[in-house]
Design a protein around this ligand. Structure first.
Ligand code: BGC
Length: 907
């Protein structure tokens, strides 16, 4: 009826207006518009930016059958219904994510306004979405008129303060600043900080690429005198340098341009001086002497002094300095921010005048200090993960990182300070030299990290699992610092690719890492040499070239971007690199086996690893390196072949499938033991790795599974695996009928286990299964043991993407009830919207609430003997709206459902 009325009124409207007016009748709404994973981004550089939207509907089984996108060069044009840059017309398609812009070629700085409408399953059209926009960055090297300025000899270690005075003769309509300050910078306009980014830009190999940020500063400008101020610290560069391009559009449409460089035609120059940040280092901390503050340094009208003591005034022109060499690339990854402010849980005074704050949670960031005292008083903050027996902080395991901030008071009123160019990984803060007695309010803790959005949740009837889930979340979150770091505290903080091989999927479930990992893929690609080799860390500082063959994370990032977000761009961009790395590995084969490797299944329980100096080695003594290395060559070859299939590259598909096949054969020839029915030395790692990779010939699978279960029994129901095979162990068990054994391992409390870590006070994952504290290798915030984070979603939670339609276009909801679990609630936010799987066992009945986003479908597995026993909303499930029965399978009823919220029950 509603539709009929609408159609009638449409005819009337067309008649009255004599124009084509569309009428929104669809049961579907469009929202959540994103361009390149981002809401209204600035600085887009893709020629065909990818557009995504999400749909909602009160009706079940709703889906998009067509869309129309309008892109206009102004808001007014878009409002008037025109798409002067692109009118896609009605496109018959169910694609609602990653739709490439296909309009007119876009120029640097161009702003594009867009909206979209869709047709639903009945063919009815929705209303247009709200308008969104994106803006292009500086696309060509020629757009950069600015030149690097900076480093002043003799000021090593200090942050530099840059100032530029500008006169804007007439009212301003718009202003953009394109800024890169290496290592890190903070940008001010007319005395106010611009934006909320900290520790910007993200770390890259600056000789290959430097990330610039784009700021909309129009509203901060005024007619007349304006000041740009930038503080630049050492960061990962240790030689402060600045590149800034400032572009103003006046209300009359004319433009003004201002750049960093050595000298200006009008005689104005960028001034530089040092200031209160007298020392700054990522690892060691920051020292701030507030007596050296220059009030008004970033305000118009301040008199610029040129005194003899250059520390007191402005030295004069900043010098031009050599470019770091890399090309300028827009920073589209999630910027680092203060994502949360916390209060410590307790304060103690283990020695007179020494105060120790316990945050109750390990995290990455710093502390803000609030205090009042005499000028020149020096207060130090020491950050640590552990306490010594006497209750003071124990920093031994930070190795060479001093992790100490120092504040020197200027005196007078209450002072508030936080550092700018360092960060720490810590749970405890030791305050010394505090004037008087600090209280809770004297310290506020900032949780600083790449502001990657959290993307899921998990809870169950097992409280220990819930605590492990949270421990993994905090560990992952505190190690997202523009690169996925191994740890946030000691003198390392590197993007280790071996750890990432198993960390990747956990990060994809817990966070929306589309932008974060797109950036990191480029970081890895930047390490790649002519011979195809990549390095163990990216940017490359630690480890080897060629990297350990276990560093399949390079390919896995491309693969999971596709699996989770249907992103084919990353895969296409890096396909040649993926092939080159796989070929490089294949080049090391002897008789089909890759013999080299450095880490293998790194860091198993101490009894299973080779002794190293000062607790610093953790190579497995039971799982052979060649077994791991060859397994990963197989994995990489298979991934390349699968990607080639997606990208339509038939030759590569065949070539790498053949490489995978011959490598599988070599693996089995060398590592399969026909007598024992096991791999390698018949340990948990080797057996589960072979099962996970699907390398075990079908008829031998039961023998290997049987051996794996025996391996675990021999270890008293514990794991003996390192960072990598812990993932494969839990997956292999769940998918081969032993979810209960996996559950037993996950919920252990005795060593080695996650429960053991928690019982010993861990709030983030340790690097070793042992509880270690001394000066050796024992970070207490190390994500590599956290692959169980993905396992929670995939098995107890049962949320998976269907490889036949990645990006969760088709979803598999298949919970594995296991052990004594009575309920689980898991949620994952896909690009289509939230997916939920919440189940509960009550007596003999099993209930499952499932949410399936609009424009997706799900295959749902419900434990029941046949479909007649399954109900939905109290009625027979097979008759429920949106549900169709597929089959009975191994004790499960398998249903196909459209979008909507469902309440299933099975007796
Ligand atoms: C890192 C680890 C890494 C290992 C070997 C350590 O220093 O912290 O995360 O796996 O080196 O690659």
């Amino acid at each position: 009826m509603h539709r009929l009325i609408c159609r009638i009124s449409l005819l009337t409207a067309m008649f009255l207006l004599g124009a084509a007016v569309s009428c929104a009748t669809a049961a579907i709404k469009v929202g959540n518009l994103k361009c390149e994973y981002t809401e209204n981004p600035l600085g887009i550089e893709a020629a065909h930016p990818r557009l995504s939207w999400a749909l909602t509907s009160a009706e079940r089984a709703q889906a998009q059958t067509a869309y129309q996108i309008l892109v206009a060069s102004s808001e007014e044009k878009l409002k008037a219904g025109g798409g002067d840059l692109w009118d896609s017309g009605k496109v018959a398609s169910d694609q609602s994510i990653q739709v490439p812009y296909q309009g007119k070629a876009l120029d640097s700085r161009q702003r594009c306004y867009w909206k979209v409408r869709v047709w639903d399953k009945q063919g009815d059209v929705s209303g247009y979405s709200e308008a969104a926009h994106w803006e292009m960055g500086l696309l060509s090297p020629d757009d950069w008129q600015a030149r690097w300025i900076g480093y002043t000899a003799g000021w090593n270690g200090r942050a530099l303060y840059f100032r530029y005075d500008i006169t804007l003769p007439k009212p301003v309509r718009d202003g953009r600043a394109y800024v890169a300050g290496l290592g890190y910078y903070e940008f001010h306009v007319n005395g106010a900080r611009v934006g909320d980014r900290v520790l910007d830009p993200g770390w890259t190999d600056y000789s290959k690429r430097v990330l610039y940020s784009t700021y909309d500063v129009g509203a901060m400008l005024r007619t007349g005198e304006n000041v740009l101020g930038v503080i630049v610290g050492n960061g990962w560069y240790a030689r402060p340098q600045l590149l800034l391009q400032f572009e103003v559009t006046y209300q009359d449409g004319t433009q003004g341009h201002f750049y960093t460089h050595g000298g200006e035609a009008d005689g104005r120059t960028w001034k530089v001086t040092s200031g209160p940040i007298v020392a700054n280092s990522i690892y060691d901390g920051e020292t701030y002497d507030a007596r050296w503050e220059k009030p008004g340094w970033d305000l118009p009208g301040t008199k610029l002094l040129e005194p003899a003591d250059r520390n007191e005034g402005w030295v004069g022109s900043a010098h031009p300095s050599a470019s770091p060499g890399g090309r300028m690339v827009s920073q589209l990854t999630d910027p680092i921010k203060n994502t949360k402010t916390l209060q410590a849980k307790s304060v103690s005074e283990p020695k007179p005048g020494v105060f120790v704050y316990d945050v109750g949670q390990e995290l990455s960031g710093w502390a803000e200090l609030r205090l009042k005292g005499e000028r020149g008083t020096r207060v130090t903050l020491r950050f640590a993960e552990n306490l010594a027996p006497d209750g003071t902080v124990d920093q031994q395991n930070l190795r060479k990182a001093a992790a100490t901030d120092t504040y020197i008071l200027k005196g007078g009123e209450e002072e508030t300070w936080e550092p700018r160019f360092t960060y720490h990984g810590f749970r405890y803060i030791q305050v010394e030299g505090f004037p008087g007695h600090p209280d809770f309010g004297s310290i506020r803790v900032k949780f600083v990290r790449s502001a990657v959005p959290s993307n899921g949740s998990f809870a169950s009837s097992n409280e220990l699992m819930n605590r492990i889930y949270k421990m993994v979340w905090w560990t992952e979150a505190s190690n997202q610092h523009s690169v996925p770091t191994d740890c946030p505290q000691r003198d390392e903080r590197m993007g280790w690719l071996n750890d990432l091989t198993v960390r990747t999927e956990e990060a994809f479930y817990n966070f929306h890492v589309g932008r974060f990992f797109t950036k990191f893929l480029n970081d890895i690609a930047d390490t790649q040499a002519e011979d195809g080799s990549i390095t163990d860390t990216a940017p490359y500082v630690w480890g080897y070239r060629p990297a350990d063959p276990v560093d399949a994370s390079y390919l896995l990032l491309g693969w999971f971007l596709y699996q989770h977000y249907a992103d084919t761009q990353a895969m296409a961009d890096h396909f040649d690199g993926f092939k080159a790395w796989t070929d490089c590995l294949a080049g090391f084969r002897k008789g089909g086996i890759v013999t080299y490797g450095h880490w293998g299944d790194w860091s198993p329980p101490a009894a299973f690893s080779l002794p190293g100096s000062n607790g610093s080695s953790a190579v497995s003594k039971t799982t052979p390196i060649p077994l791991m290395s060859t397994g990963y060559l197989y994995y990489c070859a298979r991934l390349v072949s699968q990607m080639a299939e997606v990208l339509g590259r038939a030759d590569d598909q065949a070539k790498y499938a053949a490489l995978a096949e011959s490598t599988a054969a070599a693996f089995n020839r060398n590592f399969w033991d026909e007598i024992t029915g096991a791999y390698g030395n018949n340990d948990e790692s080797a057996n589960s790795f072979a099962l996970f990779l699907g390398l075990v010939p079908e008829k031998q699978v039961p023998r290997v599974v049987d051996n794996l279960v025996k391996n675990i029994a021999a270890a008293n129901g514990h794991l003996t695996t390192g960072n990598l095979c812990t993932k494969y162990l839990l997956e292999a068990l769940a998918t081969h009928g032993h979810a209960d054994v996996a559950y037993q391992i996950v919920t252990q409390k005795t060593y080695p286990s996650w429960g053991y870590m928690l019982d010993h006070g861990a709030t983030t994952l340790w690097e070793r299964w042992e509880e270690l504290k001394g000066s050796g290798m024992n970070s207490h915030d190390h994500p590599m043991m956290g692959s169980v984070g993905a396992w929670f979603y995939k098995y107890p939670g049962g949320i998976n993407t269907d490889p036949r339609a990645p990006g969760f276009k088709r979803i598999i909801i298949r919970p594995y009830p296991m052990g004594d679990l009575t309920w689980v609630r898991a949620e994952y936010t896909s690009m289509y919207g939230p997916i939920r799987s919440a189940w509960r066992k009550e007596g003999n009945s099993f209930r499952l609430s499932a949410s399936v986003p609009v424009n997706t479908t799900a295959t749902v597995y419900i434990p029941a003997s046949d479909a007649s026993r399954v109900r939905e909303g109290g009625n027979p499930a097979t008759k429920a709206a949106g549900v169709s029965w597929l089959r009975n399978e191994d004790g499960d009823v398998v249903l196909e459902v459209g979008s909507g919220d469902y309440e299933f029950s099975a007796e």
